[in-house]
Write a protein that binds this ligand. Structure first.
Ligand SMILES: Nc1ncnc2c1ncn2[C@@H]1O[C@H](COP(=O)(O)OP(=O)(O)OP(=O)(O)O)[C@@H](O)[C@H]1O
Length: 211
């Protein structure tokens, strides 16, 4: 599904990613693990097109793939950010339905129905009209997941999904990722939490700081 071949990246002349190669297949969960400073966030940003790379190749379904933030906006890749990045002035339902509304050719009624379905799946149906400041950390994260899923991404990326959560919520994230896996959603999860990674990963990619 998504294949990275010898990705290299320097920041300010310093090598951060060195010959990073892996392949995640449809429905698999790949965890990118490694100590602080190893380059996990940089690698995730590379995959979602928030930063570029110096050499190497990325293939999506066998075709050369150039990550750009447009791919995120168009729903090729969905992202759940560590700090959720919800739109503070939009309600839960509006946060989830905004991107589908902006995508041309979508029927408004369908979008409303699908938004409600997603919110129900994620246990947020009664929070549809609340704003981010009225939600707990775990609820905000679920809004971020619903928002990412609203565009039916081929790949769902998670940036440190447990770091802002207490231990109970951490178990909920394990359950959520496992449920999405059962729905055959391909997931890439950046985490420094090895115990968490072991619970969800089909495959782990260990990053170590480049000397
Ligand atoms: N914009 C930048 N300018 C300079 N150095 C940077 C920049 N972004 C990242 N780095 C450096 O690249 C290295 C990898 O950073 P990155 O944030 O990707 O690591 P990480 O594994 O995600 O760490 P953490 O687990 O602490 O979030 C670090 O040494 C960091 O200082």
């Amino acid at each position: 599904m998504l294949k990275l071949e010898k990705i290299n990246k320097k920041i300010n002349g310093r090598p951060i990613l060195k010959d990073v190669s892996f392949e995640v297949t449809q429905g698999q969960t790949l965890c990118i693990v490694g100590p602080s400073g190893a380059g996990k966030t940089t690698l995730l940003k590379t995959i979602i097109g928030l930063t570029d790379y110096d050499s190497g190749e990325i293939l999506l379904n066998g075709q050369k793939f150039v990550p750009t933030i447009d791919n995120v906006n168009q729903g090729v890749i969905g992202v759940v950010f560590q700090d959720f990045r919800l739109f503070p002035h939009l309600s839960t339902a509006e946060n989830v339905s905004l991107a589908p509304r902006l995508k041309s050719g979508r029927d408004l009624k369908n979008i409303q129905t699908e938004t409600l379905k997603l919110l129900t799946q994620l246990g947020l149906a009664d929070k549809a009209d609340l704003y981010p400041f009225q939600l707990s950390g775990g609820q905000k994260q679920r809004v971020a997941i619903a928002r990412a899923l609203a565009l039916h991404p081929q790949i769902l990326c998670w940036d440190e999904p447990t770091s802002a959560l207490d231990p109970d919520m951490r178990d909920n994230v394990v359950t959520l990722i496992t449920q999405l896996k059962q729905e055959k959603i391909t997931q890439i999860v950046v985490t420094h939490d090895l115990d968490f990674a072991k619970k969800i990963a089909d495959q782990m990619y260990q990053l170590t700081p480049v000397e």
